[in-house]
Design a protein around this ligand. Structure first.
Ligand SMILES: Nc1ncnc2c1ncn2[C@@H]1O[C@H](COP(=O)(O)OP(=O)(O)OP(=O)(O)O)[C@@H](O)[C@H]1O
Ligand SMILES: [Mg+2]
Length: 341
């Protein structure tokens, strides 16, 4: 009989959505690191029964700073506190031998959706066309694009945020991704274009989180494609596309819309992809698979399965038990994302 696990929503380790100001203030990289660190901190705390004040004291952060850092409202220099948390996590793991209890997410697996994303990107790259990938949250857009960019030549994968959504903000982001060093704003467009329009053609620019872009920034991407004959892939949620349907868009929308050579649109994950991903986590118990499939069908798809399974494994292994349905349910409840029947 499984020992009842002691985690519950009242442990207070659920993390609310970060504030808008937090998201605007910090770079996508810092936020991604913060996200991983807060997950690890919560996982260690839950499996060791630490309260917030105990963790805050162990990390050595001020009480109010820790609570702002953890809840995603801190708007000072994020990197400093990320580093403090990272050092504590490494020291804790080393000292307690917890290493085996922090499971790593599976490496990239070729799912049906990732194959469709690859096909769409290949089209854009080989025909110097503009494509749009509008796929639901957590279904694997970023992972597929990152893998595509890492395995093919002349592919650039840039991510825009509310912070870099303007034409200039986007150009600065692109310059960094393309390793273009041009400090004169007037020359930036040309310098980026020159890099994209390499002799021989065949380059592809993937712009992730493209729903953040203002219309003028999308228009700038169209310009790169027209002038420099490179492929452009706009990747993001449905909002990237729905703006083209708006009637007040005027002629510029028509101009943009007619350039979209191919669109991959999917709101829900494929059942076979959920199965493959759950299998890649090494979960074999039919009840656990059924529960995780339910989790994957909620918003957030593979991303939700990932976080829930990681936390459940950590708690189960911390108690020396094999992963069971109770651990998954408790992990899901503890993450406090949404109630599941
Ligand atoms: N093909 C894959 N192989 C292995 N893991 C995957 C794959 N696709 C997604 N994942 C897992 O799911 C998580 C979410 O995927 P990803 O970040 O790529 O989704 P997304 O569609 O970009 O989501 P968002 O809309 O939030 O940006 C990843 O962190 C990873 O753990
Ligand atoms: Mg993404």
């Amino acid at each position: 009989m499984n020992q009842q696990i002691t985690t519950s929503p009242s442990t207070g380790w659920e993390r609310p959505e970060p504030s808008g100001q937090f998201l605007e203030k910090h770079s996508a990289d810092d936020i991604a690191i913060w996200q991983k660190l807060t997950e690890s901190v919560a996982a260690i705390a839950i499996s060791n029964g630490f309260s917030k004040s105990e963790v805050q004291r162990r990390i050595g952060m001020q009480n109010s700073t820790f609570s702002q850092w953890f809840s995603g409202t801190y708007i000072g220099r994020l990197e400093t506190y990320n580093r403090m948390a990272e050092q504590w996590i490494s020291a804790f793991i080393e000292a307690s031998g917890t290493i085996s209890t922090i499971r790593q997410s599976p490496l990239f697996i070729q799912t049906r959706l990732s194959r469709e994303i690859f096909d769409t990107l290949v089209w854009a790259q080989t025909t110097a066309d503009m494509v749009m990938v509008t796929v639901g949250a957590g279904m694997g857009k970023t992972m597929a694009c990152r893998t595509y960019a890492a395995t093919r030549p002349h592919v650039y994968h840039a991510t825009v945020s509310p912070h870099t959504k303007t034409v200039h903000g986007m150009l600065v982001e692109l310059a960094s991704e393309l390793d273009v060093r041009e400090h004169n704003p007037a020359k930036l467009t040309r310098a980026i274009g020159a890099k994209l329009g390499r002799i021989g053609g065949g380059s592809l620019l993937i712009v992730d989180e493209a729903q953040n872009l203002v219309d003028d920034a999308i228009n700038q991407l169209r310009h790169f494609m027209d002038i420099y004959h490179c492929g452009i892939a706009l990747v993001g949620n449905d909002e990237v596309y729905t703006r083209f349907g708006r009637t007040n868009g005027g002629p510029s929308y028509a101009q943009l819309k007619r350039r979209i050579g191919k669109r991959l649109n999917r709101a829900k994950p494929y059942a076979e992809d959920l199965q493959a991903y759950i299998a890649a986590w090494g979960v074999t118990d039919p009840e656990c698979i059924k529960f995780l499939t339910g989790v994957g069908l909620k918003g957030g798809a593979l991303g939700q399965i990932d976080k829930t399974t990681k936390l459940a494994f950590m708690v189960a292994e911390g108690m020396g038990q094999p992963l069971a349905l109770d651990h998954l349910k408790e992990a899901w409840r503890n993450r406090d994302v949404e109630d599941i029947a």
